[in-house]
Design a protein. Structure first.
Lengths: 419, 321, 285
């Protein structure tokens, strides 16, 4: 064995170790600032949504001059790559290396679950305005993971299932991305729709980042259904809507979409193929409410685009957090106080135009709009409400304890009533 | 210890003892790191050690048998999946799960080996890539077992190893032992045969060596080491997703081996440290890490394909001429 | 299955063929596994998209895509690959590095959004035959695939360049010995192969969309096709494309759980037992 080889190896490794120390110590210099770790998918299948998340955060903090309760706010943005492994790495980096006071963000449910698993172990508060995995506020509740200004996945599709039935649809097929959020959105729809007497004829599940939907569309064309419920996000939504139209299905079978499918981040780059798609959400950028329109105007002026669900959710989310932090006079180091304050705050100036508060399980209660994609006079498309369901909680009309006895929605359990 | 040098002078034998002492000093110095580094830096150090083991396992084949594999990331990740699944969903003790993970990875490596030993060069590269993709596809789509896109998560690290420092020491011990084991393996007569195969398969065959058997064993052994790294990773991360078995994982392991120096074995530590540290530091200032990584790769391929350690050794050899 | 799914598989295969044919030419003649081929596809798609969207002409987008990617190929070959000629594995790994760079730079230039190349008016909508409604554009892709095959076939079998390429694929040493300016033949082939990737990017960008990981996906398919079909074989690339395209479509429908296995299983088996693929030729030793 060559001693030089060993010496060099050992020396290089140790030198690298030592050299790395200094830049990291510097990261701890700022003491008076509130350090917020913002995780968002800036690359990957939902990159378009991710950037809007950061825009939404910046819009709010610029609004309040980046200060809360006298302390300056430092935003540390990290890309979670639309991937749970990356999200976990970045969360670790933000918490352990950059010493953030709390984390906020992430988009895809699987990234949220990975980070939630991590913060469960070290108590860092993690606020998820967009992660909608049902269980994080139901059966697998983690004390320091709070869905501030967010929603649980099935919350918006429960009423949608009801609406679909009321439109006299009786046979529906669902197609969805094969991960938690997809399972839960479909499950929410399926449960209420079948309980009302409807039938889910077939369900299609595909991996995230499916380029070619033609195999699925071929099958759908052969089924006899009144409507198709498509749960797609990001690039998958873009591709699906385009291919749905190009295969001539748009005129034949009504397309019902998840709110992410018709989100601004998707329809912004589409043409007439997205017109007329119906979805259900708590937010509609075309809602005729002065507060909402004011928010839309500000966002459009600053970023040149109409706000999406992602921008709105983060904006409301950090708005909520700011109010809570003010309540505790800026002392974010006291994690319990921070969490307590967040849980008891009610958001009165939300761009939704009405006060939002959390239910007993830490999930907000909303009016859910059923909205349709409509073309504006200037040629752009946006979602306009056609009806609304007031005060919908994550449990719909079910009693919480009974509801939580049924298993969480998954590919195998979609809550469907046996007919 | 045998090397491929001829007769040993007493001076060389003495040098060899000094090498062992220096190795011990290096490990001892590394053991002191928890006193100097923060928790985060320690977690990076742990990752470096784990990935170094992966890179070394790749080097066994690449450097000593002349076969570059793009499937070792999948073998690594299989161990991770099995450990976490066994612990979280099958209720098996973490220690037993750890062993199961290594076993599973070795089995997968053996399967890969049976198919791969018939090829060499670029075809070997592509075949291992394809096999890795199959494993990835299974992990992605077999949602019932692997959790699909969500992956598997849980608390698998045994409570005694909960502290960063303790876990670091255990991983350091493992890395040192595994490095030593791998060194012995490639320096053994078996290892020499592998090198002979690397240099000329034809000649080895004509000399009567069972080339296929040697390659099979070599591949499986290398898979075993990758599996141990993967099992350690399960304890480190408490989470696994298809990314852990993906092609990018194999590429990263290969990259570390190349940066350090293919055929140097211990260059893997240098390569792992370089890639992981650089990634962390560069990411503080820019998002363009993949560009920098790609450029580094290109530069290394053109100017220093023998890697950092390889280059140093070459310079040293030139100097001593 | 049914005609609809069959068409899906074939039209997808046509796109794959355009891309894989370029890959197999480069692999066959230059013996370079160009792992940046997917990135070339993506760049071609993005550039074609930008030009087509700005000018409103799909055809211009096609020209831009092909030409620009050929230029990138030129830079790649003359600027980088020349330093590692003869070292198979180094070449492969160098192209991998190039793929990383191109992939990241595409992110800088076009962002993380998903883009779709605008389809020209004439090709929008669908046709109705035998009860099936099928998008015109996908049929157009099929047509282009066939034309590319015919064009390449004529090139390979009826031109001097083609003869040189065939000779080089079969027996590089003979070609060298014959005194032909090898460099120029190789360069021409590399440019052609790259141009095909770029064209594929534009075509694919219209019905499969362009997004950051599209390059890895198409690369992996191309690898499978070239391995199955055989290095350097045009017919092999066509057969391989049909195989992969059809398997992918039917696999997704019939065995969604095994979607990847269905393609890479056969690839692995072929590599293990017949590494030359279905139509590859034995290299003289």
């Amino acid at each position: 064995m060559d001693r030089r080889k060993f010496l060099e190896t050992a020396g290089l490794t140790l030198a690298a170790a030592g050299a790395g120390i200094r830049p990291w110590r510097q990261a701890q210099a700022q003491d008076s600032a509130i350090r917020i770790g913002v995780l968002a998918p800036l690359t990957g299948v939902v990159a378009s949504g991710g950037r809007e998340m950061v825009d939404g955060v910046n819009l709010w903090f610029d609004h309040i001059q980046r200060r809360i309760a006298g302390r300056p706010v430092e935003l540390l943005v990290e890309d979670d790559g639309s991937n749970p492994d990356t999200a976990l790495q970045k969360a670790r980096r933000l918490v352990e290396q950059q010493n953030v006071h709390f984390l906020v963000g992430d988009l895809l449910a699987n990234t949220g679950l990975a980070v939630a698993n991590y913060v469960k172990g070290n108590g860092t508060p993690y606020f998820i305005p967009i992660i909608a995995a049902d269980d994080l506020t139901q059966r697998s509740r983690v004390k320091n993971v709070i869905r501030v200004s967010g929603y649980s996945a099935s919350q918006t599709t429960h009423p949608f299932g009801d609406w679909a039935f009321q439109q006299n649809h009786r046979k529906v097929a669902t197609i969805s991305q094969d991960y938690t959020f997809g399972h839960e959105q479909c499950g929410g729809f399926a449960q209420v729709f079948t309980e009302a007497g409807g039938k889910i004829v077939q369900q299609f599940w595909h991996p995230l980042n499916t380029a070619d939907f033609s195999p699925y569309l071929g099958q759908i064309a052969n089924l006899e259904v009144d409507a198709v419920f498509a749960m797609e996000t990001g690039a998958d939504a873009t591709r699906f809507i385009q291919q749905y139209a190009s295969f001539g299905l748009k005129e034949k079978i009504q397309l019902l979409g998840a709110m992410n499918a018709t989100d601004q981040s998707v329809i912004r780059t589409l043409g007439p193929e997205c017109e007329g798609i119906v979805s259900a959400a708590h937010f509609a950028e075309g809602a005729d409410h002065p507060v909402t329109q004011q928010f839309v105007k500000e966002h459009t002026e600053k970023y040149g685009k109409i706000p999406s669900l992602y921008g709105f959710s983060m904006y409301s989310g950090v708005m909520w957090l700011s109010k809570a932090i003010e309540k505790i006079s800026g002392k974010v180091e006291d994690r319990n106080a921070l969490i307590e304050a967040v849980l008891t705050t009610e958001l009165s100036d939300s761009p939704l135009g009405k006060t939002v508060k959390l239910d007993a399980y830490g999930n907000p209660i909303y009016d859910i709009y059923v909205r349709k994609v409509v073309k504006r006079p200037d040629g752009k498309f946006w979602n306009v409400p056609i009806t609304s369901y007031p005060n919908v909680s994550q449990f719909w009309k079910y009693d919480p304890e009974t509801y939580m006895k049924q298993p969480p929605y998954s590919r195998d359990f979609q809550g469907m009533k046996k007919s | 210890m045998t090397t491929d040098e001829t007769a040993l002078l007493p001076a060389d034998r003495f040098r060899r003892h000094r090498a062992s002492i220096l190795a011990g000093v290096a490990v001892a110095a590394a053991a002191l790191l928890p006193l100097a580094l923060s928790n985060y830096q320690l977690s990076l150090a742990i990752q470096i050690l784990i990935y170094a083991v992966l890179a070394m396992s790749i080097d066994i084949l690449a450097g000593f048998a002349g076969r570059v594999s793009l499937g070792h990331g999948a073998i690594f990740g299989v161990a991770t999946y099995v450990v976490i699944y066994a612990d979280v969903h099958a209720g098996i003790s973490p220690y037993l799960a750890f062993l199961l993970g290594i076993l599973a990875a070795t089995a997968v490596a053996a399967i890969f080996a049976v198919l791969a030993i018939r090829t060499s060069g670029v075809y070997f590269l592509l075949l291992t890539l394809a096999l890795g993709m199959i494993v990835w596809g299974i992990c992605l789509r077999w949602t019932a077992v692997t959790g699909g896109e969500n992956g598997l998560r849980g608390d698998v690290r045994p409570a005694i190893l909960a502290s960063h420092a303790t876990f670091f020491w255990i991983v350091l011990a493992f890395a040192a032992m595994l490095a030593f084991a791998m060194y012995r393996f490639v320096a053994s007569p078996f290892g020499l045969t592998l090198r002979g195969i690397r240099d000329s398969e034809q000649r080895m065959r004509s000399l009567g060596y069972d080339v296929s058997l040697h390659l099979f064993v070599g591949f499986t052994v290398s898979g075993f080491f990758a599996g141990v790294a993967g099992a350690l990773y399960a304890f480190f991360n408490n989470f696994v997703s298809p990314t852990t078995v993906s092609l990018s994982q194999s590429v990263e392991g290969l990259l570390m081996s190349i940066v350090g120096g293919v055929g140097t074995l211990f260059g893997a530590f240098v390569g792992a440290a370089a890639v992981i540290y650089l990634e962390n530091i560069v990411s503080l200032y820019t998002e363009r890490w993949p560009t920098i990584l790609g450029v580094a790769f290109i530069v290394i391929m053109i100017f220093a394909p023998e890697g950092i350690l390889g280059k140093l050794q070459a310079l040293q050899r030139n100097r001593s001429k | 299955m049914n005609a609809f799914q069959l068409l899906n598989g074939i039209t997808f295969a046509a796109l794959l063929f355009v891309v894989a044919s370029g890959f197999t030419l480069i692999f066959g003649l230059l013996r370079i596994v160009n792992l940046a081929h997917g990135a070339l596809y993506l760049f071609g798609g993005y550039i074609g998209f930008t030009v087509a969207a700005k000018t409103g002409y799909f055809a211009l987008g096609g020209v831009a895509a092909t030409a620009s990617v050929a230029a990138i190929g030129l830079a790649l070959d003359e600027g980088l690959l020349r330093f590692v000629r003869g070292y198979e594995l180094r070449q492969v790994l160098l192209t991998l590095g190039v793929a990383f760079v191109l992939d990241d730079q595409a992110l800088v230039l076009w962002g993380g959004d998903s883009f779709t190349v605008p389809i020209p008016e004439a090709l929008r909508g669908g046709v109705q035959y035998f009860g099936i409604f099928y998008p015109k554009y996908r049929l157009f892709v099929l047509l282009v695939g066939i034309l590319v095959f015919v064009g390449l076939w004529l090139l390979i079998h009826h031109t001097r360049l083609g003869a040189l390429i065939r000779a080089g694929v079969d027996d590089p040493e003979m070609l060298e010995a014959s005194g032909i300016n090898l460099r120029r033949v190789f360069l021409a082939t590399f440019l052609l192969g790259s141009a095909l990737a770029g064209l594929g990017g534009l075509m694919g960008g219209a019905f499969l969309a362009l997004y950051p990981s599209a390059d890895a996906e198409i690369l992996v398919f191309s690898l499978a096709i070239v391995i199955i079909g055989g290095r350097g074989s045009l017919v092999g690339a066509a057969v391989g494309s049909l195989f992969v395209g059809l398997l992918n479509t039917f696999g997704q429908v019939l065995f969604p759980e095994l979607a990847y296995f269905v393609i890479f299983g056969p690839m692995a088996v072929l590599l293990a037992f017949r590494p030359l693929g279905l139509f590859g030729t034995q290299e003289p030793t």
